[in-house]
Ligand binder design. Structure first.
Ligand code: UDX
Length: 443
C-alpha cells in the first residue's frame, strides 16, 4: 500500500520506517530540510535503537523516501499525521498549530476515499473539529493514537500491544458510519502484520480514540506519582518503598511495572500530556474530574527537589564548592531526549546551589550541553567520577546501574557518598564497600 507520513519527528520517522519494513511504499514529509536530508541518508536525527537499520533497509529497497514537498502525499491511500503537539508557551494546553497546518497543507492533495489518520496526541474533540475540512475533499479523518515508548519505539510500532482507531460514527447508532467502516478496513490492511501477531484492533469513535491516549498517559503518570507519594511517607516512617512496591506488585491487579520510585517522570509526553489533559478538562467544565492530575504533577516535581536535598544533607548541609558527579542527563535510559528531564533539573539545581557539577551520559550529553552550557560535561563515566565528593545517579543506564561497582567507584572518587535517584542500586553492596548510600524513599 502507498502511505504518506506527515511530520518526521520521533513518532513520524519511526512510523515511516516501520511501515516500510512491513512492505508498504512510504513517503515521509517534513518541513525541516535538515531532518529530511538526514533521514534520506538513513540517519536518525535522534537516538533510537534499531531505527537506523530499518531506515537503511527501506531506503535501499526503494520503499522509503523523505521529502519536504507535500505534493508527494498525492496518491497515497493513507496519510498519517504525526506532528508535534507541544505545551503552549503561555499555559498548559496543547499547541495545535502544527496539526492544523499539516492537515491544511495536505488538503489539496487528498482524493476521495483517502484516509487521513491522525497519530499525534491531541485534546479530546480535536478530530471532530478538523473532520469537516478533510471530509470536504471526499477523504475520511480517523484518529489512530500512538503508544510508543522512546527506546522501544521500533518494537512498539511493529508489534504494538493494541491498535486503536477512532472513526466517524453514525449519530443515531453510535456505530461506525459507512466511510468510518471503510477507513477501519483500510487500516486493518495497513497493520495486517500486527493483527496476524494477535494485536487487538479496537475500532471506536473519534473522541474515545483521542481519550485512550491521554488516559493511558495519565494513568501511567499517576502510577509513578502514587509510588513516589508512598516514598514520601516511607521517608518519615523508616519504611522501604522498593520493598513496598515489590509487595504491591505481586497483586496482579496492581502489577509491579511503573512502580519505580525515584526522581519521577519526564520526557516529551507524560508531563505535557497530563497538563494538557487538565487544561482540556477545564475547558470542558470538568476540571474537577482530573483535579488529581495537578497533584500527580506536584508530587512528581517535589521528588526532584528531594533528590537535591538528599545531596545537600549527605554533604553536611551545603554543596557549595563540592564536586558532585551526576550520572545521567536523559529523561530515561536508551534515549538522548532531555525534554523535561528530571535528571537535568537535579543537575541544574545543584549547580544553582554552588556545587561543581559534572554530568555524564552515554547519549544525551550534546543535547544537554546545548541547553545548559554552564554545566561541566564529561563523556567518559570514569573521568566524570574522578575526585567527586558525592555521586548521584539520575538516569539508570546500565553503565551506571549494572556495570558500576562500588569497589570500582571508590578507586576514582574523593568522597564515599552516593545518592541513588532511581533506586537502581543494591544499597547493601554499596554500604558493605564503605559508602554512605541514600535512596529515594528508602531508609
Ligand atoms: C510514555 C508512554 O509510556 C508511552 O506509551 C507514550 O506513547 C509516550 O509516553 P516515554 O515518554 O517514552 O513513553 O517513557 P516511559 O518509558 O513511559 O517513561 C516515562 C518517564 O517515567 C521516564 O522519565 C521514566 O524514568 C519514568 N518512570 C517510569 C519512573 O519514574 N518510574 C517508573 O516506574 C517508570
Amino acid at each position: 500500500m502507498r502511505l504518506s507520513v506527515i511530520g518526521c519527528g520521533y513518532l513520524g520517522a519511526v512510523h515511516a520506517a516501520a511501515m516500510a519494513s512491513l512492505g508498504h511504499d512510504v513517503v515521509g514529509i517534513d518541513v525541516d530540510e535538515a531532518k529530511v536530508r538526514s533521514l534520506s541518508l538513513g540517519r536518525a536525527p535522534f537516538h533510537e535503537p534499531h531505527l537506523e537499520p530499518l531506515l537503511a533497509e527501506g531506503i535501499a529497497a526503494g520503499r522509503l523516501t523523505f521529502t519536504t514537498d507535500m505534493a508527494a502525499a498525492s496518491g497515497s491511500a493513507v496519510h498519517f499525521v504525526g506532528v508535534g503537539t507541544p505545551q503552549q508557551k503561555d499555559g498548559d494546553a496543547a499547541d495545535l498549530t502544527y496539526v492544523g497546518a499539516a492537515i491544511d497543507g495536505l488538503l489539496p492533495y487528498l482524493a476521495p476515499g483517502d484516509v487521513v489518520a491522525g497519530k499525534s496526541t491531541v485534546p479530546v474533540g480535536t478530530a471532530a473539529e478538523l473532520a469537516p475540512r478533510v471530509e470536504a475533499t471526499g477523504a475520511t479523518l480517523v484518529w489512530n493514537p500512538e503508544f510508543l515508548r522512546e527506546g522501544w519505539a521500533v518494537k512498539d510500532t511493529v508489534d504494538p500491544d493494541r491498535l486503536v482507531v477512532g472513526v466517524p460514527t453514525s449519530s443515531t447508532t453510535g456505530e461506525p458510519d459507512e466511510a468510518g467502516a471503510a477507513a477501519a478496513d483500510v487500516l486493518r490492511e495497513v497493520y495486517h502484520a500486527a493483527l496476524a501477531n494477535g494485536a487487538p484492533f479496537i475500532v471506536t469513535d473519534l473522541a474515545t480514540a483521542e481519550l485512550v491516549k491521554v488516559a493511558a498517559n495519565a494513568f501511567l503518570a499517576t502510577k509513578i506519582s502514587f509510588i513516589n507519594a508512598m516514598a514520601e511517607i516511607a521517608e518519615v516512617t523508616g519504611a522501604d518503598v522498593t520493598q513496598l512496591a515489590d509487595a504491591l506488585g505481586h497483586d496482579v491487579r496492581i502489577g509491579r511495572r511503573f512502580l519505580g520510585a525515584g526522581i519521577g517522570f519526564g520526557g516529551g509526553c507524560l508531563p505535557k500530556d497530563i497538563r494538557a489533559f487538565s487544561a482540556r478538562a477545564e475547558e470542558l467544565g470538568r476540571g474537577e474530574s482530573v483535579a488529581f492530575l495537578r497533584e500527580v504533577d506536584a508530587i512528581n516535581l517535589r521528588r526532584r527537589r528531594r533528590a537535591v536535598d538528599l545531596v545537600v544533607e549527605a554533604l553536611g548541609g551545603s554543596v557549595f564548592k563540592k564536586n558532585v558527579t551526576v550520572l545521567g542527563a536523559a529523561f530515561k535510559p536508551h534515549s538522548d531526549d532531555i525534554r523535561d528531564s528530571p535528571a537535568l533539573d537535579v543537575a541544574v539545581r545543584l549547580h544553582g546551589l554552588g556545587a561543581w557539577v559534572t554530568i555524564t551520559d552515554p547519549a544525551a550529553l550534546e543535547n544537554a550541553q546545548r541547553l545548559h552550557p554552564q554545566l561541566n560535561y564529561v563523556a567518559e563515566r570514569d573521568d566524570a567520577l574522578r575526585e567527586a565528593d558525592a555521586i548521584i545517579m539520575v538516569t539508570e543506564w546500565d553503565e551506571y546501574r549494572r556495570e558500576l561497582t562500588p569497589e570500582h567507584a571508590a578507586t576514582l572518587t574523593r568522597g564515599r557518598i552516593v545518592v541513588d535517584g532511581r533506586n537502581g542500586w543494591d544499597a547493601a553492596a554499596w554500604r558493605a564497600a564503605g559508602w554512605t548510600y541514600y535512596g529515594m524513599g528508602r531508609p
